[in-house]
Each structure stands twice: as structure tokens, then as C-alpha cells.
Design a protein around this ligand. Sequence first.
Ligand SMILES: Cc1cc2nc3c(=O)[nH]c(=O)nc-3n(C[C@H](O)[C@H](O)[C@H](O)COP(=O)(O)O)c2cc1C
Length: 440
Amino acid sequence: MDTVPRQAEARRRFLRMLVASPLLGRSNLLRISLTSLLGTDVVVQAETLAGLETPQQGEDIISSPDQAFDVMDFEPAARKALPPAHFGYLATGVDDDGTVRANREGYSRLQIRSRRLVDVETIDMSVRLFGASWSSPIVICPVSSQKAFHPEGDIAVARAARAKDHLQILSTGATSSIEDVIAARGAPVWQQLYPTNVWEVGRAIVKRAEKAGSPAIVLTVDLQEGSNRETLFRAQLRDDRTCSACHKGAYTGYARGKPGVRSGGFAESMARKPMFDGLDLSKVTGMRAKPMDWDFVKRLRDTVTVKLLIKGIVTREDAQIAVEHGVDGLIVSNHGGRAEESLRPTIESLPEVIEGVAGKTPVLVDGGIRRGTDIFKALALGATAVGIGRPEAWGLAAFGQAGVEAVLEMLRRELKTIMQQAGTTSVDTITRSYIAIRPS
Ligand SMILES: Cc1cc2nc3c(=O)[nH]c(=O)nc-3n(C[C@H](O)[C@H](O)[C@H](O)COP(=O)(O)O)c2cc1C
């Protein structure tokens, strides 16, 4: 290697080390300078990996929910509370985690055009979805394996959803049953569906959810097998616990950071998830239908007697086809950047999906929503409601039910504030005219 590239590499290595160093703390100014020297990807990756090991020295980590200023304050608290592999599972995107960042950055390209001299004494944040009324448009997304974050898992989330009156969507991979979650919520929750490659298994989950009183089934379509969740794999390598103590025969898709090596059978791992209780999983090899195509959606539509939504649609074309197949609603989602490294923020997919459904169904959006202003922007672009994934899980991991409640409360408060500031008194008054796109 000649001297110049070697010096350049040594310089980059030093800067990387600096980024990962506790000395950086939360200094934004220093971070911005380093970002311009190194490029965003390198900085963020170094920070994430450093953060997985230990909470950064000098970082103000909240020790109770009331110390939080915003929902991001719950992330370091969750990282502190969780073993590296579990936090890695929560944080991970795919490849360089670029789509996770894109989801956030998408919101910074949108500006709010506030109107003045409007009487904003009374603010109504309520929305209606399929005839039911909710006091806010903030929906709790399906997140699997929540007992990996807190012993009370989905039950704590359900109690928080009850306390704050939020719609909750339960994952197929939930660590509590839909019956127990509905009892804790004190009202029906929606059931997310990974149908598996065995029709009878997917059908049985649908029928069980319907019997439990779930008014909607949400088919997730954005996840193929084998997403490259590199942040998770690296975190697994940093975790010195013996994972087999809890994950006997677990399907991780990957064994301790070695892509492509399965640590156990899918059926074995799913057998531990309550929504698969009593089902014959001997022929189950994966979470998706095989093939997972529009014929499958048609068959499912004929089977589901309650509302059927599809989660993971990001294009106008697919939105149109979904409507033609009699789907009742869509969730614009890229699985929180955990599926493919598209680098496309969901907030930028939202307008074309809304065009595709042409007013025939409600459209929800999730991915990167961390502020009341993000919610406001999504509503202004036509979303009926918005979903949050990681923030509720950070709250759960850090403080259980109280943490989830605090996250929900904070987002509601911020939404109310921006509605007042922008001069909008109810959700239906938040329209496209309140948004300007930052000139590029
Ligand atoms: C740890 C974790 C587990 C998830 N599990 C599921 C799941 O079981 N089913 C599903 O449809 N989406 C799942 N998602 C995706 C979320 O439902 C949601 O689309 C995403 O988290 C929203 O992005 P955000 O985390 O930036 O808010 C999961 C997300 C995370 C972070």
C-alpha cells in the first residue's frame, strides 16, 4: 500500500475511534463535523456499535419516565436495560441501516405552513377507523417477541394502550396470546398475520383472532426470508450470554452473527409463541405464504370475515391492486427499515399509495415517527392514522407499562402542541396545504 492511502486510512480509523468514544457524548456540533469528514454511514454505524456495548459515559440516561424530554430519551434507557443481542434485535435495520435513517430523514424534508389567528382553545385529536373512534391517531404497531424487552411484554403494552386509549396491533410472533392481550386491553386489538407456508396454520390464526373479537386482520407482506440484519448479527457476537438457555431451537434465521446458519427449526421456535398453540407446525418452514402473491390475498379475503388490511405496501400500483382485491385498508410500511435497504422513507411513499387507493380505503403509515410534528405531517399528507414501533418498545424495555404510557403521552402532547401552533383544531382540518417541501 503506498503512503497516501495508508495515511488516509489511519486518519479514518482515528476519526471512527473518536466517533465511538464516550468523549463525543451527545455533542451535536462535533458529530456534525465528523459526519462531514467521514460520511453519515460510517458515523452512524460506529455510534450504533459503540452504543451496543455500553451506554456512553456521560450520556444522561433517564432513570424514570418523567425525566424524559422526548421519546428518543427512551432509546438509551432501553439500551442500558437490555442485553446487547436483544437491543440489537430492536435497533437493527438491514445492510447499513440506511432505510432506518431514511425513515427519519424523510420527515425533515417536510416543513409546516402554520396558519395564524385561529381559535385553538379546543383541540380534537380523535380519528375514526372502521366505525370505531380513537382519541388520537397514534397506533401501536405489531412488534414480535416483546418479552425479550420486558417480562410483561405485550400485556404491559396492552395495559398502557388501555390507560391511554390507543389502538394496538398484536404480532403473530407475540409472546402473549390474543385472548390475554384483549383481556388486558379491555377492548379488541387487531391481529397481525404471518400466515406461514401452511394454509391451515394461517387460517387457524385468523379464526382464533376473529373468535377472540379482533375486528381486523393485518397481513404483513414486506418481509422475505433472510433480511440482512447486520446490526443484530454484530450485537449477537458482542453478547456473551448463553443464548440457548432461552432460545432453545430458536429460529433466528442466523446463528450468533453467522448469516445463513440456522440455530434451530422454525416450528420449534414458533411452538413457543402463543398464537401457534395447539397447531400442527410439522410442515411449517417459514412465516410467509408460499407463494405469497395476489392469489393468496384473494384466498385470504374469502376467508377473513372481519376487516382485512395489508401492511407493507409502498407503491401506487400495489395499492390499486389491493383495492381491487377487496382489501379494507393499507399500512404504508417498510417494516421500520428491517426488510429491504430501499433507502426510501415511508413518508415519501405515502402520497402515491393514497393516490392508488383513490379514497376507497383508509391508509395508515409507520416508520421513523418520533415527534408530534411527524404525525402532523403524515396526517397532512392524507394518512388516517400513524403507527409507532420502536418508541413503544424502548418505553417497554426501559420502564414496562409506565414507559409505554409515557411514550404515548409524549407523542399526544407534541401532536396537540403542533396542532395548536399550526392553527388546526381537529385531525380533518390538517390538510396538504399545511405542508411545504424543503427545496433541495
Ligand atoms: C423489534 C421489532 C419487531 C417487529 N415485529 C413485527 C412483526 O412481528 N410484524 C410486523 O408486521 N411488523 C413488525 N415490526 C415492524 C413494526 O410493526 C413497524 O412497522 C415498524 O417498527 C415501524 O417503524 P419504527 O420502529 O421506526 O416506528 C417489528 C419492528 C421491530 C422494531
